[in-house]
Design a protein around this ligand. Sequence first.
Ligand SMILES: *Cc1c(COP(=O)(O)O)cnc(C)c1O
Length: 427
Amino acid sequence: MNRTSECLFQEARQVIAGGVNSPVRAFGSVRSLPRFIQRASGSKIYDTDGREYIDYVLSWGPMILGHGHPRVVDAIRTAAEKGTSYGAPTELETSMGILIKEAFPAIELMRMVSSGTEATMSAIRLARGYTGKDKIVKFDGCYHGHADSLLVKAGSGVVTYGIPGSPGVPAALAALTFSLPFNDIEAFEETIALQGNDIACVIVEPVPGNMGVVLPEPGFLERIRELTAKNGILLIFDEVITGFRLTYGGYQTMKGIVPDLTCLGKIIGGGLPVGAFGGRKEIMDCLAPTGPVYQAGTLSGNPLAMAAGFATLKMLKELRKEYDSLNKKAEYLCREIKLLFDKRGFPVTLNQSGSLFTPFFTSDRVTDLISAQKSDTGFFIRFFQGMMERGIYLAPSAFEAVFLSFAHTTSDIEKTVEMMEDTLNHL
Ligand SMILES: *Cc1c(COP(=O)(O)O)cnc(C)c1O
């Protein structure tokens, strides 16, 4: 008999701070205990208590092919047999780079790193080094990893746990970060008018997924592109979630907006620790060893991580015509959710982009962090617990996205709708 999640969590808390290695995993905000996972396969995840769930977290985004895709697992196994790290370049890093560059024409040169946090942190340093300016602009509720400069009014676990900033981030550093309401072009124009000369870069999730999914209003990102270009400010698209999620490429390739730098992560690692940042050659050439801006990593471009990432991207390239049907599954789920909620008079607003969506438990439009926070978190807790009891694994926060994978079948989706109906009947 396996030990229960409850027992394992208790044990974990004796050795790991808070019992988890990333805060939202603790399920604290949903007044539940984390499930300890034993294994996962396709669209399913299994806990040590012997329960099976349809997984809509997908490791917070990376597993777009589903868990344990045989081609990805084979690639990792084959790579492992040749040694797991060399600290020297390999051909695979270039092959991976070529695939990314094909899909993201704005990325002329790139660097591989080991997480999304490293990608955004390095991109910000590079932007500061390149422009010789210190201030940066981000948007409330966007999450760009946990580097000091970016933990100002951030999303993800920061909003889930209601932490406005983080102790430990020096005030002097936080003062260099302006955080503005997403979709508020006037606030942006005003900031540029007043501070434009001191701003190195603007970093944005083109479709924010870390305050729940929020869509950019028509023209918002285009106007940001226009104003940043005019003022010598670099535009950084953080496509750590959206990269290879909405299409084979990024939001930028769908919309034809060309950022100066792009950050990637999650999907490009195929479930192994990978991030990447890249952009215009002229900017990337400022990085050491070509230029003076320092950035490095013992495990950057790690052969196992590159093997998993390369296998994933190759597979996705073959599947690129199938994104439509993946996205349609999300559309279908959203329609069904809306029907189920409307029938009972429960307020819900669905924001969807490709295979990403968030049901906000409010009847108002959700266009930024303030409106996202109108979602009824008490209702979310009961909804979340009901779904978990019925074998549907959702992110333990009202401010995260639901992720779908190519492995989710029509019967998974049907079962999810059925379980949701039952959950709502018991609320
Ligand atoms: C997850 C995420 C990050 C951070 O990536 P890690 O691999 O967790 O460090 C950065 N930006 C966005 C948009 C993310 O969703």
